[in-house]
Design a protein around this ligand. Structure first.
Ligand code: ATP
Ligand code: MG
Length: 576
């Protein structure tokens, strides 16, 4: 490809809307442009990278025997009503009507459509197991689309679904998929970790996420330094602390804490540390058949954070966890958030395992502008349950009993789920066994965020000049820059020759034949991140040499013009 016939679309200035490196570089290197919030177009260079990522995913899926299909983006609401998710899925599901008033949704994921396919097409247990996949745009009306394609509303996903007669068969495909995912992300050059994960809106009972380690990640993962344990913080269990609760002291008393709305403010006013103040939050219980719910108080040690996912899994609580509104709280408790506490609270109280060890602590007085001090469990709060409510912290013991936990940020690039029979039972995807008894199929589902993975690769592979592509995803392998080729026939000839030779050898080469200053051409080629750069100028040619530069480490070498082709071919073969 010649730049003169190409849409390079590089941008010099940093786009103001880009908060993370990958977003900034994807715009600057001419990979993507935003069309609407969370909705992007892929320009030629971006498309080349995307095509390579798709190819890697496709090869690994085919490699484990998954069958490629294509399902529609537009899905009838009736299928979602069958699974019960039409109402449950929330506003991320974009619902609309056609001209005949039929209801539809844009597919955020395809469990319903594939289960419908399976119940029609799978007739006999002998056909099982079967695994299908597609690589297709999804639409999720995300509340906060951000970081470019990292959290878009329309994005490319590889989604796969497997069907089985029994759980052992599901476990085998799950393991195959886990292996294939590890190969996909390794081939993309990602530094990643598979971690135990929550199943969220997809459902099921067992799941792993593949997290690319990066500071720009929206997820936090906890990993042990003494074992293989690694989990999304949403899942990581905080063990009961190895502490004994102190003895109760003086009876509690009330202290004014005007204008103190947070634990830290109250602690400062009371001249205590935050960890001596109780954090009390009021949430909604699970609704009954009429939609009514009770209010529940959750209590934590003041310096710790509530884990909404773990709390949402507790019996009788709303899931996903919903906080009570200020009005609900005021009506039920008689005070506003900021002055809440368990003493005299009329509803169910659940306290965290660490909060359970607190003694003589402070908490809101359930009267605006006041706190209580010297409060003790049992004596002052007779009824409460103890549960694991908090996020784990750096230094906590690993839940498997081996080692200490550390926290890191990650970008979720893929997730695998054992779904069990959630969808097959709801939608009657069954086969008859040898006795004619109908059995609901075991299912697994498996997603890779292909466009997000590309952003994750850039987060991990860039410098101040631009992107540094791993060879597997590079839009071009080699760039040729001719120094003032318009005024030097020798330079032009050498460039043209090498360009033709590389093309004939199947090398993806970008020949910068623009009549630009060398600095501009260098900057663009480095911004785009092409791994191998050849510069041809009159000065070198006089000695019969051209300059080779490896983008990754910037090391330069002069090589003989006639050796440029074999030299590059060897480099490309060795995947340097
Ligand atoms: P997240 O927690 O980041 O919202 P998710 O867990 O809801 O993602 P899944 O349903 O597991 O997403 O979808 C499979 C994969 O699709 C994810 O692992 C992720 O890589 C990708 N993905 C999900 N949402 C988005 C998005 N809004 N933009 C880009 N990629 C996404
Ligand atoms: Mg996920």
């Amino acid at each position: 490809m010649r730049t003169s016939q190409y849409l390079l679309a590089t941008v010099k200035e940093n786009p103001v809307e880009a908060a993370v490196d990958s977003h900034r570089l994807m715009i600057r290197a001419g990979l993507i442009r935003q069309v609407a919030s969370g909705i992007y177009e892929w320009l030629p260079t971006g498309m080349k990278v995307l095509a390579k990522a798709i190819q890697i995913v496709r090869e690994e899926m085919n490699g484990i025997g998954a069958l490629e299909i294509a399902m529609p983006l537009v899905q009838p609401a009736s299928l979602w009503q069958e699974s019960g998710r039409y109402t449950k899925y929330g506003p991320e599901l974009c619902r609309f009507k056609d001209r005949k008033e039929n209801e539809f949704a844009l597919g955020p994921t395809h469990e319903e459509v594939i289960t419908d396919l399976a119940r029609r097409e799978i007739k006999s247990p002998r056909q099982l197991p079967l695994c299908f996949y597609q690589i297709q745009n999804k639409f999720r009306d995300e509340v906060r689309p951000r970081f470019g394609v990292m959290r878009g509303r329309e994005f490319l996903m590889k989604d796969a679904y497997s069907f089985h007669l029994n759980h052992e068969s599901l476990e085998k495909t799950y393991a195959d998929m886990y292996g294939a995912y590890s190969r996909v992300f390794t081939r993309m050059g990602l530094n990643f970790r598979p971690v135990e994960a929550d199943t969220g809106a997809i459902g099921g009972n067992h799941s792993h996420e593949f997290q690319a380690l990066a500071d720009a990640g929206e997820d936090i993962i906890a990993w042990s330094d003494g074992s293989d344990y690694a989990a999304n913080i949403e899942m990581a269990e905080a063990l009961e602390p190895n502490l004994t609760r102190g003895l109760s002291g003086a009876t509690y008393s009330q202290e004014p804490t005007p204008h103190c709305h947070t634990v830290d403010e109250a602690a400062a006013k009371l001249q205590l540390e935050s960890k001596q103040v109780l954090k009390s939050l009021v949430v909604r219980g699970a609704p009954d058949a009429e939609g009514k719910y009770e209010l529940v108080m959750l209590c934590l040690c003041g310096n710790q954070e509530l884990n909404e996912v773990k709390a949402g899994k507790l019996k009788g609580l709303s899931a996903p966890l919903e906080f009570a509104t200020e009005d609900e709280i005021k009506e039920f408790v008689g005070a506003h958030p900021g002055s809440l506490g368990p003493v005299g609270f009329k509803g169910r109280i659940i306290i965290d395992r660490t909060a359970d060890k607190m003694a003589n602590f402070a908490c809101g007085a359930n009267q605006d502008g006041y706190h209580l001090i010297n409060v003790n469990w049992d004596r002052d709060v007779p009824n409460y349950e103890v549960a694991d409510l908090r996020n784990v912290e750096d230094g906590d013991p690993s839940p498997d009993g081996k080692g200490t936990l550390h926290l890191r940020r990650g970008i979720e690039v893929g997730q695998v789920f054992m779904l069990g029979k959630k969808y097959s039972e709801a939608m009657q995807a069954t086969v008859a066994d040898e006795h004619g008894k109908s059995i609901a199929l075991e299912m697994g589902c498996y997603g890779i965020g292909v466009t997000r993975a590309i952003a994750a690769v850039i987060e991990q592979h860039h410098d101040d000049k631009g992107i540094i592509w791993p060879q597997s995803l590079a839009p071009f392998q080699v760039a040729i820059i001719g120094i003032r080729s318009s005024s030097s026939a020798a330079v032009k000839d050498a460039c043209e020759n090498l360009y033709e030779q590389l093309k004939q050898n199947g090398v993806e080469v970008l020949y910068d034949d623009r009549d630009e200053r060398p600095g501009v051409m260098f900057a663009d080629m480095e911004l785009i991140g092409i791994p191998h750069l050849i510069t041809i100028g009159d000065r070198g040619l006089k000695e019969g040499t051209v300059e080779y530069k490896l983008r990754k480490d910037g090391v330069k070498e002069n090589i003989r013009l006639e050796e440029a082709l074999p030299y590059l071919l060897t480099k490309l073969k060795s995947k340097a």
